[in-house]
Every structure is written in C-alpha cells, then in structure tokens.
Design a protein around this ligand. Structure first.
Ligand code: NAI
Length: 672
C-alpha cells in the first residue's frame, strides 16, 4: 500500500505498528488526505488482520495537534465542512471497529483529532513527561469535538468530567489523564513498545467510568448535568458571543455526541458553527498566536541565568514565572524584607502549578534572593523592574553595566519610559531592550519586546526567544509612549472614568463593556491593576487638553488605589468588588460600549499608521493577548472592519459633537 503520511510495519509477532508521520511538516495534523489514508489502512488491517495494532507518532513534538487548520479555513461552504466532519467520523469509526486489540501510544501534545483517534483505540498509554498533554480544545476555535470526541469521551470517563474538558479545552498531563480514566497506563516513552505489547498480548478489560461518573451520562441525569454545565458556561460566555460551548452541551445531550445526527439548521450543527463570525475570529486569533510564537523561534541561546532587579509586584512575579519555567533566577531588591513577599507568592504559584512536592522544591531552589546583586555578573539576561522613574533607572544602569557579562542583555520592564531616555548612560546601548510584561504576569500571555533606536537586531531576537522560552507570546514593538497595549487601553479606561464623573454607575459601565464582550469591565479592571499605576500611565500618555477624571483624582488623593488598598471605584472584599445594581436601566448599554471602545479603536488605527507593530493583524493580536479585548470580535481593527469603517466614523462624529476633540478620528482611518 502506498502511504505518504503514515508508516505501517507488521512485526514477527504479527503486531502492526502504525506511525503517524505527516509529510512535509514537523507536526502531525489531520489533513483530509491523511484521514483518507488512515481509512484505507483501517480497511486493509481489517482484512489481514494482525494480532493487534499500536498507533504512535513519528514526530518528536507529539502525537498529533488535531485537524489541519489551514485546510479547514479554506473550506468554501457548509457542504465541504460537513463532508470533512463526516470523513473524520467514518475513519475513526473504522479504527474503533477493528476486530483486534488497538492501543494508542501518546507522547507530547495530543490535541483535538489526535485525542479523538486515541479515543477510537481500545487502550491508551501516555508518556509521563512534563510536555505530554491530552485535550479537546475545539471550543477555543469555536467548533466542537466532532470526529467522535463528544461521543466517546463521556462514555469513557463519565459525562461531567468529559464536559469539563470539552467546555474548557483544558489539557491534562499523564497523571491526571490516568486519574480520569482517559488513559490506561502512564509510562516513560522509552517503555512504549513493552507497554504496547502487554496490552496487545493480554488485553485487559476495557476501561469503564466509576459509577459516580458513569451516572452523569444516564438519560435521567443528563438534563440536570446539561443545565448545570450551561449555567457554568453562562458565567464566562454568552451564547450569542460564543455558540460552541452551548453546542457541545446540546450535541452530547440530544444527539449522542455525534455531529452527523444534528439537523443542518440546528445551532449546534457543523453548518451553523463553521461559518459563524466568532469561529472565523477565533481561528484567526489562533493563527495570530502561532505568528507571535514564531517571533521567538529563531534559535538564540536559551537564558540559563536571569537576574531580576526589583522584587515588587512585577519583578517578583517575573522572577517566579521564569523559575517556574526552568530558568535559574537571582532576585535583587534593596532589602531582604522586600524580597520575601515575592518568594512567598512564588511558592504559592509553584504549589498551584506544579503540585508535586519535589518539583515545587526544585523550582524554589531555582529562585535565589540576592540583595547583594551578585547575580549581575553571572546573568545572561538582566531584567530591571524597579520604580517607574527614569533618573533612578539610569543610575542603576550606570552601576551595573560594568559588572555585566560579555554578551549579556539588559532589559527594562518599564511601562512608559522610552528606551532612548534610559540608554544614554550605557557604554553599549545596543544591548538594552524593553521586555514589557503585563499584570498579572502568570495570566497574561503577551510580552511586548520593545526596540529602542540603538537596540541591535540580535538583542531583539534574543529577547523574543526568551519570551518563548518561558512560554509567553513575544510582540516586537517600537519604543513609543505606551508601546501598543497601554496606548490602546488608556483612552478606553479614560472614557469609562469620565462616564463615572457624569454620574453613570460603575456597575452600568462595566456591564456595558461585558455586553460588548470584554472579559472584565474597565472600572473593575482599573481597580484591579491599581489606580496609582493607571494614573501614572495615563499621565504619560495624556494628549494635550485631555480631561482629568475627577473621581479618579479624588481616589488617588485619598490613597484609595483599588483592590490592593481595599477601596477604589468599588469596595473590595476578599479580593472581589462589591457591586450594586446597574442603575435605573434607562441607559443604552450598546451606546455606552460604543463610546468607550471608540477611543481605543481610534488609537489602534493610529498604531497601525505609526507602525508601532509591523501590521494591523499584530495590533489585533497584541490588544487581545495583552488586554483580553473581546476575542470573539477578533481585536480592534477587526471590530472596525466587521461593523464597517463608515458606521464607526459616523458614531465618532456624534460623540465628537457631544464630548469634543478626544473623538477626532486619526488620519490613519483612510487606510484601514
Ligand atoms: P513596585 O513598586 O511594586 O516594585 C518596585 C520594587 O523595586 C520595590 O520593591 C523597590 O524596593 C525596588 N527598587 C527600587 N529601587 C531599587 C533599586 N535601585 N535597586 C533594587 N530595587 C529597587 O513596582 P512595580 O509595579 O513592580 O513596577 C516595576 C516596573 O514595572 C516599573 O517600571 C513599572 O512601570 C513596570 N510595570 C508595572 C506594571 C504594573 O501593573 N504594576 C505592569 C508592567 C510594567
């Protein structure tokens, strides 16, 4: 049989070994060609037949990443989309029906279609390494696990845990997968062959969920589980914004998890989901994320030793995150008592993320308090995160530069100071770069990599690679005030605060933003980030003549900085804002949202015009990954395109008539 994407061998014991090796790619993805080939292999094996079959990957990075996204973005119409889902189902059903034992051997990532193929095998063995992950992340792209995942996973592990995985898209490692019953054994990859032989020679009873999990798939309990799941989903996503999680619940509850049973006009059907604008935007965001990842790919040497100066809110968390990701970190501040809160927070982070005590201990060992600053001389990279004051930063740079290692890089986490204002004191200004993290560091994926006028290309590349090394998304930016993200976010926050001054309740403003699709309202966000920080950034970015929000000013004067002081626009109790009603309900939330969002859209247009990042797509990517800007809308520029430039300009003119020059369109609108 001629095969291009798979390798099939049958050994002397009559066991078949089928290796997935997608042609022309480092990563296994299921193109329709690869699926068809697999279907032919299944037909062939069914007629041979061997004593057993092991399915594994020939690629280093993992088992399979799922469907070929490039292929399914080129699907022309619903018929083509349906044909692809039917094909996937037919092929995996053939694997499931093979009349001999089958085992999937899973290492690295096993996503979407990869997991669905593994589920179609009778047994699954997973590598125990830290990079191994199984997931059904389709929901993140606005679609459903439609190649049998939604059908087989609830049967295998119980509906409630399966829905949890399908609705969040979350990945599980070997330990967790074994606990859930998703895999039958966990072992290092080097033992895969032995493990496979054991399953194929003496096939044990097939896995069934425990009664408590199985019960959740029973017809009478199903409605209740579906209701509870929908309620949980509704806390995070509205159906009109994100139809896919609701579709997953319907698919499981009413159609046995099989997309072929869903009528074409039903909102959970392939035809409805594939061409929904949210799906288009989520897929685009996924691709943009891949583009950001690629910025860090060009092999600069990995950073082995990072030295962080300033153990405050940011420096402490940057140090902790980097240690979590395997880097040795020395952490410097003016006194030990300034470092200890950061170490405590780091311990919490390690416990939460790593769970196993020996891994937590190893991460703690990598994070070294260093008041004397002896790490400066040894570090490959130094990140400065001290107070936002150019003079103080310059003084520090002048002190440390002579002690830095040859070839080491100096980075600043400054939010607003242009690098050119800091590099003057350096003998080698080409090695200064901005590495701008977002708060909270552990949650925000984006890192702006800021290029000053003297920064060398090699240093830019090394900073981008470092961001990838610690699993962040690098975005190369020009060194202009606010870079990209704060610059776009600031006028939005300002407009929201000016609304508070007009007497509009913060609750109403936040509700309007959430209706638009923001993950959190601007007032709550400002309180959370810290009003003092927002104030400082706002001052830096304020345009001549732009108004100062009075309520904000009063809060700052009273030292009510938001969440961290327990009081800001909201009162904060146990880390949560106490919210009242959203007001009399006479306000048009959509108009409020338009008014708030427009200044951000306008600034995004200015950033495209000034080429703060390379192009409009990267403006969208940066604003989404740096602020959480309504992902289903695809970012600010896509938001403009979706409703139409002329319509936005019309609303802008209306607002300009009421509120003045801050609604003056940027000259860049012409070329959007
Ligand atoms: P912070 O006030 O929490 O921490 C600053 C720390 O630096 C303090 O612990 C202080 O003792 C220490 N420090 C001051 N001078 C020092 C020196 N000469 N040597 C060693 N340590 C010194 O400040 P935060 O919020 O962590 O900000 C730090 C930097 O990060 C600033 O440049 C800020 O603009 C930037 N940034 C802040 C964000 C935020 O949301 N807080 C977000 C992104 C960047």
């Amino acid at each position: 049989m001629e095969l291009t994407n798979w390798k099939l061998d049958v050994d002397a014991d009559h066991f078949a070994w089928l290796r997935f090796d997608r042609a022309g790619s480092e990563t296994n993805t299921f193109s329709s060609e690869a699926l068809r080939e697999l279907g032919r292999i299944a037909d062939h094996l069914a007629t041979m037949p061997p004593k057993g079959l092991a399915v594994l990957s020939a690629k280093e990075n993992g088992f399979a990443a799922g469907a070929d996204i490039d292929e399914f973005t080129q699907l022309k119409d619903a018929d083509e989309a349906i044909a692809l889902t039917v094909l996937g189902n037919e092929v995996f059903d053939k694997i499931a029906a093979l009349p001999f034992p089958t085992v999937a051997l899973i290492h690295g990532f096993c996503m979407g279609g990869g997991t669905e193929l593994a589920l179609a095998c009778k047994y699954r063995v997973m590598d125990d390494g830290p990079k191994s992950r199984m997931a059904l992340p389709e929901v993140m792209l606005g679609i459903v696990p439609g190649w049998g995942g939604a059908k087989r996973m609830p049967k295998l592990i119980g509906a409630a845990p399966a829905l949890d995985l399908m609705l969040t898209g979350r990945g599980v490692d070997g330990r967790r997968a074994k606990k859930l019953g998703l895999v039958d054994a966990v072992t290092p990859r080097r033992h895969f062959e032995n493990a496979a032989r054991q399953f194929l020679m003496k096939p044990p009873a097939l896995h069934h969920p425990k009664l408590s999990a199985a019960i959740t798939d029973w017809p009478l309990v199903r409605d209740l589980v579906a209701k509870m799941s929908a309620k949980k989903v509704a806390e995070r996503a509205r159906r009109d914004h994100y139809p896919a999680p609701y579709a997953i619940i319907d698919l499981w509850k009413d159609f046995g998890g099989d997309v072929r049973n869903v009528p074409r006009e039903h909102p959970a059907s392939t035809a409805s989901l594939f061409f929904h604008p949210t799906t288009k935007n989520l897929i685009r965001i996924f691709k943009l994320q891949e583009r950001l990842k690629a910025f860090g790919k060009q092999g600069a040497e990995p950073v082995r030793h990072l030295h962080v100066i300033g153990a405050g809110a940011m420096g402490g968390d940057i140090a902790a995150w980097s240690a979590l990701r395997g880097v040795t970190v020395t952490l410097q501040d003016l006194a030990p008592e300034r470092i200890s809160p950061a170490i405590k927070r780091a311990a919490d982070l390690f416990r939460k993320r790593l769970k196993q005590p020996h891994l937590v201990q190893a991460a703690m060992d990598r994070l070294i308090p260093d008041v004397a600053g002896s790490g400066v001389a040894k570090a490959d990279l130094i990140i400065e995160a001290i107070v936002e004051n150019a003079e103080v930063k310059r003084k520090l740079f002048a002190q440390i530069e002579p002690r830095m290692k040859e070839g080491a890089i100096l980075a600043s986490n400054t939010s607003s100071i242009p690098l050119q204002d800091l590099s003057g004191v350096l003998k080698r200004p080409h090695r200064l770069v901005g590495i701008h993290f977002f708060n909270p560091v552990a949650q925000m994926m984006l890192v702006e990599i800021v290029e000053g006028p003297s920064t060398s290309p090699g240093v830019m590349q090394a900073a981008q690679s470092f961001a990838r090394q610690i699993d962040k998304l690098p975005l190369p930016c020009k060194s202009a005030p606010g870079f990209l993200v704060n610059r776009v976010l600031s006028p939005y926050l300002l407009e929201a605060m000016l609304m508070v001054d007009e007497g509009i309740p913060p609750e109403t403003i936040d509700a309007a933003a959430k209706d638009f699709g923001m993950p959190m309202g601007p007032i709550e966000l400002a309180d959370m980030v810290g009003l003092d920080i927002g104030w400082a950034v706002g001052q830096e970015l304020a345009k001549p003549g732009s108004p100062i929000p009075k309520k904000l000013q009063a809060l700052i004067e009273a030292k009510n900085f938001g969440k961290k002081t327990g009081k800001g626009f909201y009162t904060w109790v146990k880390g949560k804002p106490v919210k009242g009603s959203t007001g009399p309900g006479t306000l048009d939330l959509k108009a409020l949202a338009d008014r708030m969002v427009l200044p951000a859209l306008n600034e995004a247009v200015a950033c495209v015009r000034e080429r703060i990042v390379a192009d409009a797509d990267l403006v969208d990517a940066g604003v989404i990954f740096g602020t959480g800007f309504a992902p289903h809308r695809g970012g600010p520029i896509e938001t403009i395109r979706a409703r139409g430039k002329q319509e936005w300009l019309r609303i802008m003119a209306e607002n300009k008539a009421k509120y003045g020059l801050r609604f003056e369109p940027d000259s860049g609108w012409d070329s959007i």
